[in-house]
Design a protein around this ligand. Sequence first.
Ligand code: NAD
Length: 313
Amino acid sequence: MAGEFFRTWKLHRNFLACKCSRKCVKGFDELKMVTILDGKALAEKLCNSYKKKVEKAGLKIKLAVVLVGDNPASEIYVQNKKKRCMDVGIGCEIRRFKKEISEEMLISEIDALNSDKEIDALMVQMPLPKHINPRNILEAVDTRKDVEGLSTYHMGRLSLGNEDVVPCTPKGVIRLLDEYGIGLAGKDVCIIGYSDIVGKPLATLCLNREATVTVCHVKTKDLGKHTRDADIIMTATGVPKLIKKEMIKQGCIIIDIGIKKLRENVVGDADFESIKGRCSHITPVPGGIGPMTIAMLVENMVEAAERKLKQTE
Ligand code: NAD
């Protein structure tokens, strides 16, 4: 893959350019050992293919994104989604609501979008203000427009092995592993975090692929005991430097889903610098699972439009 080649080349270039023998050895060890799982490059490649599909089949898709309040991080995520949709040829409308909106009023706005014939896909940007129960809002979205697969209907189908509309972040993890030829069957997978949008569906996807899955969380007594046994660690907590070198076994694969803004930098859950010489593969933050999440949102929309087209033929 071009992205992987480029990153390996950069390590190689640093190794060759280095005048210090100690650094050179370090650089050489990293070059031998770590593969960066380049989600950004794969997302780019996938979105180019969706664009071709949309053009070729003449698919007309419009997404409505419900955004409540003025959370700056949510604003950035929503704008990124809109930009990606437009690149692919999908319409995207952001419906903004004040943070004071009541749960009942928001549900009635979602009902209106459910019956709006112009809107094919609908998603609600999380988090919502504290007075609104996110589960009630996700349940209000028509399952035929639920492009994130977060309704009870799609989550239930997923747990029974039907993966037609799968939550975007976990789906992005599996797609990235597939791209690098990393199978899950028989692997010991440790997932950290059990949220409805990441940890739970990710555990189900891994089980559906016959991995042996351990799910850890904030109340887990000895996190390192579980991570040290894992062939693959998938972490989604938002706690910087949670995963350190001494917590992983040699050759382990790290999927870092966490996102935390620290001053000007965005970091994940893994202490990247300390563990990169010990793991065999790692996702960078940024540039790993983030772009894959948006690519999977686009994929879910394109697949839904293709299914609809088939039904009408
Ligand atoms: P959440 O707050 O719903 O869940 C966090 C989970 O982490 C909980 O299950 C909690 O028990 C666990 N946890 C917290 N502290 C821990 C600790 N010290 N040790 C072990 N477990 C701990 O969050 P979420 O919505 O699942 O998101 C988790 C992280 O993933 C956040 O940083 C979020 O920004 C990021 N995220 C990234 C993407 C992406 O596209 N890359 C998508 C969704 C979420």
